[in-house]
Design a protein around this ligand. Structure first.
Ligand code: CUA
Length: 329
């Protein structure tokens, strides 16, 4: 090979590598990591990206060089010369990618093993997904509609679902895990940055899928200990039931600062009860929760899950009905 060709190929490869490196580095493709696990996953991304850029630069350089130097003239309809190929070259361009892919597998396997290591004393949080809300239950038996985690502790999320398949995702944690009815899946998270991050359902699960969001507060270990000791959220008991069952992700209800738009506006419960003509307001609300198909507000689909009647304990159901009827305008 002539010296000039090697210089040209190197310049072309350098140009291709520079452009792709700028695209990789200047655009913020990944969220800023908030857990040790996410940090490791980002390392795998970058490890793979560097290899991909190197391979792309070599291939793009050879391609561009060939287009420039071996272009056939427009009127040249003759066959190309018969060539035998180059055995050494073929062995090299098979062996190098095989080695690179093996390196990526090893790095990924090590990161997967490290990321599933929960230590001897993890904080365990039970995560239950249902249309269209998340419930987080702690070792003290208390359940919340949002997640609170301590910084710098291993946390094991024990994930399941009540109705259909959902998927737990916090972009800053870089991990996704399916929530499957009848099964328990888990992920280990070790938050390493204080802050509030979104919890997103990332599996299409029905009409309210896009609204099936909550948040995670990563707090100091002292604050977390206080959180575990503290009583239930302030406010009427019905509000806690409302929040725990995710009513606000589908319904607007001003007293609970809920702004959901999938189902009817609960601020208008009195008008709707008059239209449904079910006797008392409380009876109408009770029926709408345990048997949502009995009366469907005009203009809305039959989208409310039919599971709340069996899922909400009787005393909590009474609290919820009272809370809604007292708060309705
Ligand atoms: Cu739950 Cu999408």
């Amino acid at each position: 090979m002539r010296r000039g060709s090697i210089v040209q190929l190197s310049v072309l490869a350098a140009i291709a590598a520079t452009i792709t490196t700028l695209v990789a580095v200047l655009i913020p493709w990944l969220p800023v990591s908030a857990s040790t696990e996410a940090g490791r996953i980002h390392f795998v991304y970058w490890f793979t990206t560097v290899i991909a850029i190197a391979v792309f630069a070599v291939v793009a350089a050879v391609l561009a060089y060939s287009v420039m130097h071996f272009r056939a003239r427009p009127d040249d309809d003759s066959d190309g010369p018969p060539t035998h190929g180059h055995t050494t070259l073929e062995i090299v361009w098979t062996a190098i990618p095989a080695a690179l892919v093996t390196a990526i597998s090893i790095v990924s396997a090590v990161v997967l093993a490290q990321n599933s290591h929960a230590g001897s004393n993890p904080v365990v949080v039970k995560v239950v997904a249902q249309q269209f809300a998340w419930q987080f239950t702690y070792s003290n038996g208390k359940t919340y509609g949002s997640l609170t985690l301590p910084k710098d502790r291993h946390v094991k999320l024990d994930i399941t679902a009540k109705d259909v398949i959902h998927s737990f995702w916090v972009p800053e944690f870089s991990q996704k895990q399916d929530a499957v009815p009848g099964q328990h899946t888990s992920i280990v998270v070790t938050p390493d940055r204080l802050g509030t991050f979104p919890v997103i359902c990332t599996e299409l699960c029905g009409l309210g899928h896009a609204l099936m969001r909550s948040h995670v507060d990563v707090v100091t270990q002292d604050k977390f200990a206080g959180f575990l000791k503290s009583g239930p959220a302030a406010g009427p008991p019905g509000l806690a039931v409302f929040q725990r069952n995710g009513c606000g992700s589908c319904h607007t209800f001003t007293p609970a600062s809920a702004t959901g738009k999938v189902g009817p506006d609960l601020d208008n419960l009195k008008d709707e009860a008059a239209k449904a003509n079910r006797g008392s307001l409380d009876a109408f609300i009770h029926e709408s929760i345990v048997d949502p198909a009995a009366y469907i507000a005009p203009g809305y689909p039959d989208a409310m899950p039919h599971i709340f009647g069996s899922q909400i304990p009787a005393d909590q159901l009474t609290q919820l009905v009272q809370y809604l009827s007292q708060g309705a305008k």
